[in-house]
Design a protein around this ligand. Structure first.
Ligand code: NAD
Length: 335
């Protein structure tokens, strides 16, 4: 099947080409991300392949439909950037990769937490300058700390296990679906408000929905224990960034590690090192000594990229053959 791959990076191409040896799709790699102005590039392609920051709203779907597109294949798990109702209206099916390597994201989350807690990026920057002083680098043990895991699905459950069994944290969780295996190892489920008011470390692993949008807002930060540490490797808009900055300025928040940011679509995945960044909120965030930001890379392991490529191309093959779309299936076309 002919597939227009939007927002292609060298690693996408490497892993999609590798997986395509089995599927023999006709892949056209496009550098721009999908949005209203670039949707025309998909004209004539029955399938488009997109990632987390491509725009797949009603306007874009209308343009894709008029160009003959019938399948949007997300090479990621989250699908908050897709207007599923509009897709169904236009007869466009949507598939995603619900689970590629939860270990990739869970391990990166722990890496961010340790880097933040023990000031590892600042220590490394000092040593490179032959500055071996330790002032300002004091961390705290994770052992015995109260860690709150918001969302205990594939990724959150792994994070909860590592924190509980690996570090000996007192792990709290909040999720409408209780995981009995986590309860069995001593993870305690609480209502969200109680978790946010109790946990010294909060790590976010729930999807972005209208309910979870700005889950961490001014009220949640005010109710949190002093020096709370917040880690977000899920979706940027789970956090109200302006409220986060206020909490940092008030010295209420002890540290923040982010792999995602609400306005990341304008920034991430591009080399902007020669540009002036217009986003003052993001730039302010980077000035705090107790904030670490990475550019949405928690998924970026060989194992995850292989699984993403294989699942995506298998879904397109199923679609082309009229076979059921199976597990990755998100929405059925109604037209
Ligand atoms: P999952 O669907 O397995 O788990 C999500 C969990 O969140 C579920 O258990 C669900 O019940 C729970 N949940 C839903 N609404 C909730 C709410 N209001 N409060 C608390 N919990 C709630 O998803 P996953 O594979 O574990 O992925 C989690 C998130 O991580 C995804 O939504 C995605 O946005 C993000 N993600 C980020 C990266 C990255 O590279 N940074 C990579 C993959 C996934």
């Amino acid at each position: 099947m002919r597939i227009a791959v939007f927002g292609t990076k060298p690693y996408d191409r490497q892993f999609l080409d590798g997986a395509n040896a089995k599927f023999h799709h006709d892949l056209t790699y496009l550098e721009p991300r999908l949005e209203a102005t670039t949707a025309v590039l998909a004209a004539g392609f029955r399938a488009v392949c997109v990632f987390v920051n491509d725009v797949v709203d009603a306007d874009v779907l209308t343009r894709l439909a008029s160009g003959g597109t019938r399948l949007v294949a997300l090479r990621c798990a989250g699908f908050n950037n897709v207007d599923l109702a509009a897709a169904a209206k236009h007869g466009i099916a949507v598939v995603r990769v619900p689970a590629y390597s939860p270990h990739a994201v869970a391990e990166f989350t722990i890496g961010l937490l340790l880097a933040l807690d023990r000031n590892i990026p600042r220590a490394w920057a000092r040593v490179r300058e032959n500055n071996f002083a330790l002032d300002g680098l004091i961390g705290r043990n994770l052992h015995g700390r109260v860690a709150g895991v918001v969302g205990t699905g594939r990724i959150g459950a792994l994070v909860a296990r590592i924190l509980k069994l690996g570090f000996g944290c007192d792990v709290l969780a909040s999720d409408p679906v209780v995981d009995p295996a986590l309860v069995a190892i001593g993870v305690r489920y609480l209502a969200m408000a109680e978790l946010l008011a109790t946990a010294e470390i909060v790590t976010l692993h729930c999807p972005l929905t209208p309910i979870t949008r700005h889950l961490i807002d001014a009220a949640a930060i005010a109710a949190a224990p002093p020096r709370v540490m917040i880690v977000n490797t899920s979706r940027g808009a789970l956090i109200d960034t302006k409220a986060l900055i206020d909490g940092l300025k008030q010295r209420k928040i002890g540290g923040v590690a982010l792999d995602v940011y609400e306005q990341e679509g304008d920034l991430f995945y591009a080399d902007l090192s020669n540009e002036i960044i217009d986003d003052d909120v993001f730039q302010r965030l980077l000035t705090f000594p107790n904030v670490i930001v990475t550019g949405h890379q928690a998924f970026l392991t060989e194992e995850a990229l292989t699984a993403i490529a294989e699942t995506t191309l298998a879904s397109v093959a199923n679609f082309a053959a009229g076979r059921p779309l199976g597990a990755p299936f998100v929405c059925v076309a109604t037209k």
